[in-house]
Design a protein around this ligand. Structure first.
Ligand code: FAD
Ligand code: FES
Ligand code: FES
Length: 490
């Protein structure tokens, strides 16, 4: 059983939404389902925030969202095209106009110095992303600073000059000595003085009362809902499923409990999870982009029930349990693998919310891996993805959990293949035999992500990749190729 994690429901529907846009306090009764980018551009006249795709892909609409938590404002990037206006309530939203001063700030100057802009359409998004990264205070690492613009696409300049600009910003900020990021950025001309007043002003904004009888649209980060149903929900009541528990990720004894409202970024930054999953950064950096990871929640990924949902595949291999609760406080738990019933069909009753997931932490003999193959390495959904957790003792597999996406109508727990491995020694021949079981268990279809045959081949290769990654001494890739060639001749 997952212990009680209280979930609060904030209701929005034709009620006053209050937030700070750059320096200005906004009080609006515009529909809560309106995309934030439309409010910024068409209601507030701030046209520096651009619209490229309205699907979270291009980063032209990136803004910074500040949340007031325990006396401090925590800043991160979000895409404003996928953010309903209602979710801005109580936040500090910063657009490029809020980052402009009397002269260019050092981030803007770096882009000018390295000719990092041509038509300029993408440039506000790049500047906003880099400024948000500076606001995070985590500027010591160049790779991380480069990754902060992984959600921004430029169609004309070419990325080399932008990379040089990022490097210049890194050189300016890397030796900041842990000063408060806002104070330091004000002192160095990145931000204007009014930034200092934001915490106290945000603290003064109260939660919205529930005054609407309308049945709500439940939203996590909006990164699926706003892509699929943005037009349908503009005038609906938006209800954010959010945890009142301060703990998004909790370890109790040998068990990890993750709140449904935990974002991918929160997991990626969790020291607890990084200790348990040393390759976590590699795995999660394959999921979408920085602003999408800042918004996307665990519950949203699972309830969306996409057959290629990365988090669903990740947690299936951990043999996780999902916890659900209805509005009356009745809870139930079930294995995640039983939650997916058919294509986009779930064991989720009307009114039930996903409260969280729980799984046993990997022990000394446990080995976990996640693999994803997509058309582009970054900012792309999978053609096929898969995860594995193997408990190995004295060279023998005690038990194993294998999951795969893109090869069935649901994110698939491969029960037969997992069972096949029990008691087996790891070697190339066993993998070949396991692949035969696996191929019987999957039913991929041909679609835009690849033909059915291609997906079968991909999953075989990714199964081998799990073993060459986890047990290189027992499954040499060259040896595997030789075994495969011999098998094909046979
Ligand atoms: C540009 C882009 C790239 C992406 N890349 C990837 C990727 O690489 N890998 C990947 O797996 N996905 C990807 N996605 C899809 C998406 O980001 C993820 O599925 C994300 O985890 C969805 O979470 P969310 O909180 O934004 O969901 P939302 O859009 O808020 O919600 C999705 C569904 O879940 C329901 N819901 C939300 N919270 C709850 C709850 N607590 N209880 C019950 N129901 C709930 C909502 O009502 C809705 O039906 C991408 C999306 C975009 C736009
Ligand atoms: S408009 Fe492209 S990410 Fe929002
Ligand atoms: S400068 Fe034109 S799209 Fe980037």
């Amino acid at each position: 059983m997952i212990p009680s994690i209280k979930i609060g429901l904030i209701y929005y529907f034709y009620i006053v939404i209050e937030f700070i846009l750059n320096e200005k306090l906004i009080r609006t009764d515009k529909p809560g389902g309106m995309p934030l980018v439309d409010f910024i551009r068409y209601e507030s006249g701030l046209t520096g925030t651009k619209i490229g795709c309205r699907e979270g892909d291009c980063g032209a609409c990136t803004v910074i969202e500040g949340s007031y938590i325990a006396g401090k404002v925590h800043y991160k990037t979000i895409v404003s095209c996928l953010t309903p206006l209602a979710l801005a309530h109580g936040k500090h939203i910063v657009t490029i106009e809020g980052l402009n001063g009397a002269t260019l700030n050092p981030v803007q100057q770096a882009i000018v110095d390295h000719s990092g802009t041509q038509c300029g359409f993408c440039t506000p998004g790049f500047v906003v992303s880099l400024m948000a990264h500076c606001l995070s205070g985590d500027t010591a690492n160049l790779e991380k600073m480069l990754a902060s613009v992984d959600g921004n696409i430029c169609r004309c300049t070419g990325y080399k000059s932008i990379e040089k600009a990022v490097k210049q910003v890194w050189e300016l900020t890397r030796s900041r000595n842990g000063d408060d990021p806002v104070e330091w950025m004000i002192s160095q001309g990145y931000l204007q003085e009014w930034f200092r007043t934001i915490p106290i002003r945000l603290a003064g904004i109260s939660n919205q009362p529930d005054i609407s009888p309308a049945s709500p649209v439940i939203i996590g980060g909006g990164t699926d809902l706003m892509v699929q149903k943005a037009d349908d929900i503009v005038f609906k009541k938006i209800e954010k499923a959010h945890s009142l528990s301060s703990k998004r990720i909790e370890i109790q004894d040998n068990t990890c409990i993750i709140s449904g409202s935990c974002t991918v970024s929160e997991m990626l930054e969790s020291e607890l999870l990084k200790q348990c999953f040393p390759r976590l950064e590699k795995h999660f950096s394959l999921i979408s982009s920085t602003p999408i990871r800042n918004m996307a929640t665990v519950a949203g990924n699972i309830v969306n029930a996409s057959p290629i949902a990365d988090l669903a595949i990740f947690f299936l291999a951990l043999d996780a349990e999902i916890s659900l609760e209805n509005g009356e406080g009745t809870k139930r738990c079930l294995p995640l693998k039983d939650f997916f019933k058919g294509y986009k069909q779930l064991d989720l009753q009307p009114g039930e919310l996903v409260y969280g997931l729980r799984f046993n932490l990997p022990g000394n003999h446990d080995h976990f891996n996640f693999e994803k193959m997509s058309k582009r390495e970054h900012l792309d959904i999978a053609s096929v993805n898969t995860a594995i957790m193997a408990r190995v003792n004295d060279g023998k597999i005690e038990h194993l959990h294998l999951s795969a996406g893109g090869v069935a109508p649901i994110p698939l727990y491969l029960a037969e293949t997992s069972r096949f491995f029990t008691g087996k020694e790891i070697n190339g021949d066993i993998l070949l035999k396991a692949n035969e079981v696996l191929q019987e268990e999957i039913s991929p279809i041909s679609d835009i992500r690849g033909s059915a045959e291609y997906k079968r081949l991909l999953l075989r290769q990714l199964l081998f990749a799990h073993f060459t990654e986890l047990f290189p001494e027992k499954t040499d890739p060259i040896q595997l190729i030789q075994i495969l060639q011999a098998d094909e001749k046979h």
